[in-house]
Design a binder for this molecule. Structure first.
Ligand SMILES: [Zn+2]
Ligand SMILES: [Zn+2]
Length: 393
């Protein structure tokens, strides 16, 4: 029975830590223990650790920790890539060692021994493609293409020069301080990939997220079917009802079956819980990036739009309060004016609507299918293709 509680605690702790770490900064969690755990995991714990090192080793200790932090967070490094490979490799090895002996089983055919390996291999291939492909580095050779393909919207992008690369900054590009290069259609710098996600590798990144979500779902369902097959093959229901006199109903059998499963297949159940949680998180990430892709927005641009909209709202508020002040002064100084047309407010757009209109004014959004097409077939490839075609003709 103690194992039931240990398993429940393991599942809950994994879920809380993962959700807090990855989503704790979301406004929905503001003021909740989730945001507190997020702050602790991302900032507080590290600060306590620094204080501890300072007390133990003095300034020298702190300096060496800060240089490690600089290497891990501000310089390109393969630490998270190694962790990803270690997680996927070790999880697959544990599954092979503990579960492959039951394949083929009652519900699962022998082919899954090979399809699972193929699925993992495709996952690693997508990881390598995202990690080692060019995200769309802006260079002297391709800058004219990027400048023509991405016009400035003069809202969140205006004509500028990158102070580091000394090149004009095409719209939608950003200088990545970790990789020290300007990247076209910059989404974000991904620590797991040790690479920027940009114009040319967003397609691999989204495929990576989708594939790993499906991979985790596949593992969860396959292990579930292995356990269900073992239940059937071991004739547990028959033994319980005939030999132990347990009532042949769901309520009667369930506690005994759960106890048997937890006793005999605890590793598989732990793996299932872990895979299910990871697949849920990946589904969330995939949905977020799919939405960005279909609206032709990048993660970098969502922040830019947020800043722009909040600035616009402040501007509208400032204008409204200065107009109200002016009206009150006019009211004091002048005689009573004729009453305003009551229909007018219905036709007049509210300040909130105006800011919403600003938010939706994405000139790069050219419709669902075009946006998808642009991610799958990056602009530069098409542009360079056209370039070579026009040269040859
Ligand atoms: Zn740059
Ligand atoms: Zn980068």
């Amino acid at each position: 029975m103690a194992f039931h509680w240990a398993l429940l605690c393991y599942g809950l702790i994994t879920l809380i830590v993962a959700v807090s770490f990855l989503c704790g900064q979301w406004p929905i969690f503001q003021g909740t223990p989730i945001s507190f755990i997020h702050r602790f995991l991302t900032f507080g714990a590290y600060q306590y650790f620094l204080k501890f090192v300072g007390a133990l080793l003095g300034d020298k200790g702190i300096t060496s920790i800060l240089s490690v932090e600089y290497y891990c967070c501000d310089r390109p490094n393969p630490i998270l890539q190694i962790i990803y490979l270690a997680i996927i490799g070790s999880t697959y090895c544990i599954i092979v060692k503990t579960t492959f002996q039951y394949i083929p089983g009652y519900y699962l055919s022998g082919v899954h021994r090979y399809t699972s390996l193929l699925a993992v291999a495709i996952g690693i291939l997508l990881f390598l493609l995202t990690s080692f492909s060019d995200p769309g580095t802006v260079t002297v050779d391709n800058i004219s293409q990027y400048l023509s393909v991405y016009p400035y919207d003069n809202i969140i992008y205006t004509k500028k020069e990158c102070s580091t690369c000394k090149l004009p900054k095409p719209a939608r590009s950003k200088h990545c301080s970790i990789c020290n290069r300007c990247v076209a259609r910059f989404d974000h710098h991904c620590g797991w990939m040790n690479n920027c996600i940009g114009e040319r590798n967003t397609r691999y990144f989204i495929a990576f997220l989708l594939w790993h979500f499906l991979l985790c779902m596949y593992a969860t369902i396959a292990i579930g079917l292995v356990i269900a097959g073992r239940l059937k093959e071991s004739k547990i229901v028959y033994i319980l009802t005939v030999y132990y006199g347990v009532e042949n109903s769901f309520r009667g059998l369930a506690p005994h079956i759960v106890q048997w499963l937890l006793g005999s297949y605890n590793t598989q159940i732990l793996l299932m819980v872990f895979m299910a949680i990871v697949s849920l998180l990946l589904a969330g990430f995939f949905a977020y990036h799919a939405k960005l892709c279909l609206t032709n927005t990048t993660t970098n641009e969502t922040f830019k739009w947020q800043d722009y909209v909040s600035w616009q709202k402040k501007l509208v508020e400032a204008r409204a309060s200065s107009a109200a002040l002016k009206a009150s002064i006019d009211g004091v100084n002048s005689e009573r004016k004729p009453p305003e047309n009551k229909c007018k407010p219905f036709f007049k757009r509210s300040s909130l609507e105006n800011t919403e209109a600003v938010e939706k004014n994405n000139v790069y959004d050219k419709g669902f299918f075009h946006n998808l097409y642009e991610v799958i077939f990056p602009v530069r490839i098409k542009a360079s293709h056209l370039h070579t075609k026009s040269k040859s003709s």
